[in-house]
Each structure stands twice: as C-alpha cells, then as structure tokens.
Design a protein around this ligand. Structure first.
Ligand SMILES: *[C@@H]1O[C@H](CO)[C@@H](O)[C@H](O)[C@H]1NC(C)=O
Ligand SMILES: *[C@@H]1O[C@H](CO)[C@@H](O)[C@H](O)[C@H]1NC(C)=O
Ligand SMILES: *[C@@H]1O[C@H](CO)[C@@H](O)[C@H](O)[C@H]1NC(C)=O
Ligand SMILES: *[C@@H]1O[C@H](CO)[C@@H](O)[C@H](O)[C@H]1NC(C)=O
Ligand SMILES: *[C@@H]1O[C@H](CO)[C@@H](O)[C@H](O)[C@H]1NC(C)=O
Length: 423
C-alpha cells in the first residue's frame, strides 16, 4: 500500500505522540490481542524517571569493577594498570569511565578519629592519590562500603557511620559508591540505605549511589528515590546458568527502570572464561537491552581480541545508552522450556531493539512476529544487525526470523517505516 506524501508527513508528526500515548497505557486496558502477549513492550506504567535526581545515571553507568576477576586480591597497582588499560584499549572512549574498587580496600579497624583507613599494605599511597591518578586519565573512581556492621569480607561497615564515611569519600574525590548488604543486623534495607543517600548528598559532592541489597526487599519498588541503581538479584557468577537465571529475575522489574535509576542484574562476566563466545555475546546483548549497568568484570589489562570486540560493540552500547531509557524485556518464549526467546524494547526516534536469543542446546530459527512487538502486521520495518554491523533489509513485513546458534543471541534495531500499533 502506498501513502500520499501528506499522510507520511502527518504520520511523522503523530508518531512521537502515539508512542508516548501508548507508553502510558496500563496493561489492563489492552485489548484481547495484547493479552496474548507475554508482556507489553511499552508498559512503562511504573517508569521511574529522575526520582533521586542527583544529576547522575541519565543512562546506565559504565565502567569496571574489581570483584568478578580479582575478588580480594587487589592493590593500587592493579587499579592503576586497569585505568591505563581502559584508556589504551579504547574502552574509556566507548563510555566505560568508572573505575570501581570493590571490597577489601580498607584496613580491619577505623582510626582514632573513627575514619576508615586504606589497607597500608595494598594501598600504601592512599585512596586520594589513586583518585588523583584516575581523574588525571579523565576517568572516575568508585569505592565500596556496606550498609551493615562489616563488609562481606569483614572490613568495617558504614552502618551508623554514614556521615563520617561519606565525608571521607568526598574528601578523597570519590565519584561512585557501591553499598553492600552483609552483616546488616536484620535491619530492613529501607531503613539502612537512605541514611547514606542523605550523607552523600550532604557532602555537596555528586556521588553515584549504587545499592547492593541483592534484591532482598524488591528494591525496584522503593529504591528509585534512594539510589541511582539497585541490584535486583544475588551475585552473578561466571556461568551460563547464573547469567540466564539473573536475566530472568531482573526482567521482572523492567517497568520500574528509567533515567536516574536502573535495575542492576550485577556486573559483567564477559572475558572471565566460564562461558563461550556466543554466551558472552548473549550476556552483553541482554544486559545492554535491559538497560543494565555495563560494568566490566574481567582483567582489563589482559583481554582477548574476542572479549574486547564484545565490550567495544558501539551499536550495542548505543542501545544501552539510548536516551529514552526504557528497559527492554522478554516478550516471547517458545520451543522446549521456552528456550527460543524474543527480547525487545522501545528506543528513541521511534525505533525498537530486538534480540533473538536462543537458549536451547541446539541451533533454532527464532522468529519475532510484529504483534509481539506491538506493530500491525502490515508495517514495513527496516532491520539492522548490531553484531554484523549491516543493514539486513529495508522492507520487512509481518515478522522476522533468524537461524541462531545454540546459546547465541542476534540483536537488531528495527525502524518501522510507518508506526501503527495494534496495542
Ligand atoms: C597486585 O595485585 C595483582 C592482582 O592480584 C597481583 O598480580 C600483584 O602481584 C599485586 N602487586 C603487589 C605489589 O602486591
Ligand atoms: C542533593 O539532593 C537535592 C534534592 O534531591 C538535589 O537537588 C541535589 O542535586 C543533591 N546534591 C548532591 C550533591 O547530590
Ligand atoms: C552459579 O550460579 C548458579 C545459578 O544460580 C548456581 O547453580 C551455581 O551453583 C553457582 N556456581 C558457583 C560456583 O557459585
Ligand atoms: C592473560 O589471560 C590468559 C587467559 O586468557 C591467561 O592464561 C594468562 O595467564 C593471563 N596473563 C596474565 C599476565 O595475567
Ligand atoms: C513494504 O515492503 C514491501 C515488500 O516487503 C514493498 O512491496 C512495499 O512497497 C513496501 N511499502 C512501503 C510503504 O515502503
């Protein structure tokens, strides 16, 4: 069907309106066609936009964290070398700008003034000097503490010491705090996490506040006003089983994410050796689509070409950093155990991101039908492959399929030529 030019121009004007209108549709109001959908890709009824509003996290945070690869075996040398590596590999230019130190940086005891003390063996120059080094490279520095009596590795925690610790972090030039949940004395997270928000705010230094209460108290429901991101699950580990389970758990909270505050399914395992190349590609694709923080968790000083290729995929990163800030989600699951999956979500400029994720143990043809992503069957869509970096087709109608290898994930942007929704 051909459209007169005037109709096309009219469509260009009403598209943004129709999209924002649809985004506000509550799930219950959708017609019968929509109830057949697993999820409504545009359900942002809980869209948590700029609740904390400290000026940060307009898009999900990107950077590196020491835990997944080094655990407790950290020191100032390895942190500096990592900062160097982020710059020399080009990852910093791709947006990975936070260098985050996890647990084990501090001594076992506070000093006479009640302050935390960097471990003199592993951080002999102190954190201020390290912060200056990292800032000198144009990067930002993150640190770690715990909303409990001790950190998970039994260093002093910040519970009841929020103000003195926040002041110290600010005086060192800290840009980011990951705040863990060990030894929490059974006090609910809703009581333990806001005091650190207020303490950070009182320092006058803008500090990214990353909540890590492991999804215990459904933080998506309340943490938007407390932090810039909140963990939705237990720790990830470097396995396919862990990564897929965590993706599904985090998916549940999709409609609560938004600019200023993100669901956090934990740091990336890409490059740590426990998964295959296709599995890591799927991990990175789905984390990007879910608007998850992209925090590299491998040894950035020693990455294979494949690891660097995955982490540097500009088009996939652009999906994660898209200014619309709506978390994509799982929309269909077919085959045995639902292992043939379509994940998708809206992007700015009336586009969609679509991932065809084969979680089956054999190669399958994964199909996305237009009704699943809220398009009318006759809509023409231009499809771009974000891993092959090529336009696949200009005029796809009704549905799109790809043969996907076991545990691999293909990822596309869809640009509907005219955007008419069935929902
Ligand atoms: C610093 O940590 C790295 C990584 O664990 C280790 O290889 C290195 O030997 C350590 N260096 C010092 C001086 O302790
Ligand atoms: C402190 O909170 C206020 C109110 O939300 C906000 O406007 C301000 O930017 C915050 N300041 C810092 C340093 O985070
Ligand atoms: C990793 O996570 C999976 C899934 O939660 C779990 O079954 C497995 O035991 C974990 N492995 C390790 C080494 O902790
Ligand atoms: C670099 O990584 C490889 C595995 O990819 C490992 O075998 C090697 O020991 C690492 N080298 C250093 C210096 O850590
Ligand atoms: C839609 O695509 C079909 C081919 O798939 C093509 O024949 C038709 O001209 C396209 N329509 C528009 C409006 O581009």
């Amino acid at each position: 069907m051909r459209f007169p030019i005037a109709v096309l121009i009219l469509l260009l004007f009403i598209l943004p309106l129709s999209i924002s209108g649809r985004i506000r549709l509550p799930l219950e109001d959708l017609g019968t066609a929509a109830t057949e959908l697993l999820r409504n890709p545009f359900d942002t009824s809980n869209y948590g936009k700029l609740q904390l509003n400290n000026g940060l996290a307009l898009t999900p945070q990107m950077g590196w964290n020491s835990w997944n690869f080094f655990a407790c075996d950290i020191n100032e040398t390895v942190i500096k070398e990592t900062a160097d590596a982020l710059v020399s590999t080009g990852l910093a230019d791709h947006g990975y700008n936070y260098v985050n130190i996890d647990d084990c940086w501090s001594s076992l005891l506070r000093n006479g003034k009640g302050e935390l003390v960097p471990d003199p063996k592993t951080f002999p120059s102190g954190i201020k000097a390290l912060a200056d080094y990292i800032h000198g490279k144009g990067l930002k520095i993150g640190i770690y503490s715990d909303a409990g009596a001790f950190t998970c590795q039994v260093r002093p925690g910040s519970l009841f010491h929020e103000n003195v610790d926040a002041e110290l972090f600010a005086s060192w030039g800290i840009d980011y705090l990951k705040y863990d949940n060990c030894f929490n004395l059974g006090i609910p997270p809703k009581e333990r996490y806001p005091p650190m928000r207020d303490a950070l705010n009182s320092t006058g230094r803008t500090i990214f506040y990353s909540l890590c209460e492991w999804g215990q108290d459904d933080p998506a429901l309340w943490a938007g006003k407390v932090g810039n991101s909140w963990r939705t699950t237990d720790d990830i580990n470097d396995s396919w089983a862990s990564m897929t389970a965590i993706a599904d758990l985090n998916d549940k909270w999709a409609s609560y994410a938004g600019p200023g505050g993100w669901n956090d399914p934990d740091m990336l395992e890409v490059g740590n050796g426990g998964m295959t190349y296709p599995e890591y590609r799927a991990h990175f694709s789905i984390w990007a689509l879910m608007k998850a923080p992209l925090l590299i968790g491998c040894d950035a000083r020693n990455m294979t070409a494949e690891t660097l290729e995955i982490l540097s995929n500009k088009e996939v990163i652009a999906v994660n950093q898209d200014p619309l800030g709506v978390q994509g989600r799982k929309l269909s699951a077919e085959e045995e155990d639902g292992c043939s999956q379509v994940w998708a979500g809206p992007l700015s400029n009336n586009r969609l991101v679509v991932a065809l994720w084969n979680r089956c143990s054999k190669s399958v043809k994964v199909t996305v039908k237009w009704d699943v992503i809220g398009l009318s069957a006759s809509t023409n869509v231009s499809v771009r492959d974000l891993w092959k970096h090529e336009d696949v087709s200009e005029n796809v109608v009704g549905g799109f399929s790809a043969e996907v290898d076991a545990h691999d994930c293909e990822m596309y942007t869809f640009t509907p030529i005219e955007y008419i929704s069935t929902i």
